[in-house]
Design a protein around this ligand. Structure first.
Ligand SMILES: [Zn+2]
Length: 337
């Protein structure tokens, strides 16, 4: 559907030819954005415009200048060329985009007053702002929130436990969008809430699936997700402050297994359904240190891991882009194959 956008843009011939050859219209979109015609850019990006309409609406010939005979003869050939190009490329562009039908599973908890944070943190603060109809007649709603970086479903940037490593805004997107796998240790963690995931748990997965744990985002399913947000069941205590730290009991990744993952395999990132990648009783957080030295980020308080198969999905995990942050809230989704 074509809706009216801003006025035509005058584009020199050579540049027009280049734009027409670009099947994704990337340069055209950038040009329109530069010109401030965001509506047109949106239409072109969404293929709301067929190429035909796009050329007619958005590309004008440059203002006429005195032309030599040679130039005039050349210009006479342009409409034929243009027509041919439009017909050829239109055949491709009039096809409807394929609708997205993949099943999506949300792996993030909502942030609210029940969101679980480390015992020494205050938690999520939501300050209700304006809400309602304005004197002008339109509805308006805007609030404020405050949050520590590390709490609820969030990601640790490598700088969280290793000097001179990436901040949260510097984590490469290639580490955050990748095939995902689930290592299920639910039974072991049900028997021992201080369980630390071992190298054997990973090699057992590899043997079962005939695949090495390379280029994947690894999730550790401890089964503790079902306790969230009950602090006593989820992390071992609902007390707050430094005195609560020794009372933390929940599973995590053993430092030796962390070392194996970053030295013997090449994983993109890791995540689990407990408050920390080191188990609750850890005193020196060596799993954090080992992973982050190798720039491998970890996601904590991951939700709904019980809904995932052991493989066969793509993870998209995009944290809030806090400049210089050591971590932050992350929206994680699994898109099923
Ligand atoms: Zn953290």
């Amino acid at each position: 559907m074509l809706t009216k956008t801003k006025s035509h843009i005058r584009i020199p011939r050579r540049q027009r030819e280049k734009l027409k050859k670009d099947p994704n219209f990337t340069e055209m979109i950038e040009l329109l954005e530069d010109q401030g015609d965001l509506e047109a850019a949106r239409q072109v990006r969404g293929r709301d415009l067929s190429l035909d309409e796009y050329l007619r609406t958005h590309i004008s010939k440059p203002a006429p200048v005195r032309q030599s005979n040679k130039r005039r003869r050349h210009m006479q050939r342009v409409p034929i060329f243009l027509f041919t190009t439009v017909v050829l490329v239109s055949l491709n562009c009039t096809r409807q985009p394929k609708p997205f039908t993949g099943k999506i599973i949300d792996l993030s908890y909502a942030f609210d007053s029940t969101t679980v944070y480390w015992p020494t943190e205050k938690g999520f603060i939501f300050e209700k702002g304006t809400e309602g109809y304005t004197p002008g007649g339109w509805y308006y709603s805007a609030n404020r929130f405050w949050t520590p970086e590390h709490g609820g479903t969030h990601i640790d940037a490598p700088i969280h436990f290793f000097k001179d490593r990436e901040h949260v805004d510097e984590i490469p997107l290639e580490r955050l969008i990748a095939p995902g796998v689930v290592i299920d240790v639910t039974e072991k963690c049900a028997a021992d809430r201080d369980y630390q995931i071992q190298i054997d748990d990973f090699t057992a997965w590899e043997k079962k699936h005939g695949q090495e744990l390379n280029d994947v985002i690894v999730f550790l399913r401890t089964g503790f997700g079902k306790f969230y947000p009950d602090r006593i069941k989820y992390m071992g205590t609902d007390e707050r402050g430094d005195a609560a730290i020794p009372k933390l009991h929940f599973p995590g990744l053993h430092p030796d297994a962390a070392k194996w993952l970053v030295k013997e395999r090449k994983i993109k990132a890791i995540g689990l359904d407990t408050p920390s990648i080191d188990y609750g009783q850890s005193k020196n957080f060596q799993t954090h240190v080992t992973l982050y030295e190798q720039s491998t980020p970890a996601m904590e308080y991951v939700a709904n891991l019980d809904q995932l198969p052991e493989k066969g999905f793509t993870i998209i995990a995009l944290p809030m882009k806090i400049r210089g942050g050591s971590g932050g809230p992350v929206r994680i989704v699994a898109v099923m194959d």
